[in-house]
Design a protein around this ligand. Structure first.
Ligand SMILES: [Zn+2]
Length: 387
């Protein structure tokens, strides 16, 4: 029975590790926690019997049977018949998650010029894509525009929508409150709550680089012991996962590496008003400027030089956190080559062998849909406790 139905039960991309819950489980949360244990197991491992679920989760058979009944009533889980090939004992009925019963609406605000969105399957594949030029909208105007965009996407979903996930540049807290996103004109905007009110759906909002890291972790096979995703776009940001947990930081600004000064004597003023920020050297506009009009050799040299600057900024971070991987996300024609090699060369030169012996600097496994897939992980994790 390893056929169509089974295949849809487990995500297409391989998943080796599971995000560790970041907060303690309180008694009143136990039921929700148990429920997410069951869904997590079914999501990652496919159809299973109730007895195996009890063994895998450490919960009693009675608890598992109750939870499975509730999940079946909610339409999230279904019985899938008898385990094939079983010869001895009472035949075990398999239960599986109905990953095709719901869809997720994802929105990516990384690109300053356009909104990108998708209707996603729970397994992370985009079913419908959409894009809309932003035309300079910011602030409240942009919130209205995003609302209309999501309504349109929701209308094109072919299954009930479990929730909406949105990734945006900026500093965003765990509730989806935007503390600041200067390029979007958002300061202290309770974006998730506001969109949820307007749409009548659960909405989860997080920093785009942080959710790119979630996507690489859940769908891209990233090494959960420690890695960072560096997103190179209009600016440069990073999302960090250490010891199986996403790192948020004291003020939710972990990974904000774009405005670290890399050249105090530079004559390039940054959007933040200071000079010589990493973003003035390592961003898509900066890299395009540095390579404009150059032949292959000159362009390679310019990209290698920018990569070395990134390596210099990352070496202390890689060393302090003992990361296994640095994953680059952005245009491959700029990043995947002399730029990537230059970054690795400098991190190697500036850290101890024990830190860099197994370090890899590679391109992201997911394509331009990385933030959309990460937004889907936000919803899965927020609504079902699955990550
Ligand atoms: Zn700056």
């Amino acid at each position: 029975m390893t056929t169509e139905t089974d295949r849809t039960a487990a995500p297409r991309r391989s998943m080796r590790t599971v995000l560790r819950p970041t907060s303690k489980v309180l008694p009143e949360h136990a039921r929700a926690h148990n429920r997410s244990l069951v869904l997590q197991h079914l999501f990652h491992d496919g159809p299973t019997s109730r007895a195996d679920l009890a063994r895998a989760s450490g919960l009693t058979r009675v608890t598992i049977s109750d939870l499975v009944s509730v999940l079946i009533a909610e339409g999230l889980v279904e019985e899938r018949g008898i385990r094939p090939g079983q010869r001895v004992g009472k035949p075990a009925i398999l239960v599986g998650m109905r990953t095709s019963a719901y869809q997720i609406v994802s929105v990516d605000l990384t690109d300053a010029s356009q909104l990108r969105g998708a209707v996603m399957a729970l397994t992370g594949e985009a079913v419908v894509h959409a894009a809309l030029p932003i035309d300079g909208r910011t602030g409240e105007d942009l919130v209205d525009f995003v609302t209309r965009f999501v309504r349109r996407l929701t209308a094109s979903a072919t299954q009930p929508v479990l929730g909406v996930g949105l990734g945006s540049p900026g500093v965003i807290d765990a509730t989806g409150h935007v503390i600041e996103a200067p390029n979007r004109g958002w300061y202290q905007v309770p974006l998730a709550a506001e969109l949820s009110d307007r749409l009548g759906l659960p909405v989860h909002v997080a920093n785009d680089a942080n959710i790119a890291a979630l996507a690489e972790f859940t769908f891209g096979g990233a090494e959960g012991s420690g890695f960072m995703v560096v997103t190179v776009g209009a600016g440069v940001g990073a999302g960090v996962v250490v010891d199986g947990s996403p790192v948020r930081g004291h003020g939710y600004a972990a990974g904000e590496i774009g405005h670290v000064t890399v050249d105090p004597d530079s004559d390039r003023t940054c959007g933040c008003g200071r000079v010589g920020c990493l973003e003035t050297v390592v961003s898509v506009p900066a890299l395009r400027r540095a390579t404009a009009g150059l032949g292959r050799e000159g362009s390679d040299a310019a990209l290698a030089s920018a990569g070395r600057v990134l390596g210099g900024a990352l070496a202390p971070v890689v060393s302090a956190l003992n990361l296994a991987e640095v994953i680059l996300s952005g245009p491959a024609e700029l990043l995947d080559g002399p730029f990537r090699e230059g970054a690795l060369e400098v991190v190697r030169a500036r850290t101890m062998p024990v830190v860099h012996a197994d370090l890899s600097v590679r391109m992201a496994a997911l394509d331009e849909d990385v933030v959309l897939a990460g937004a889907a992980v936000l919803v899965l994790s927020g609504q079902l406790g699955v990550s």
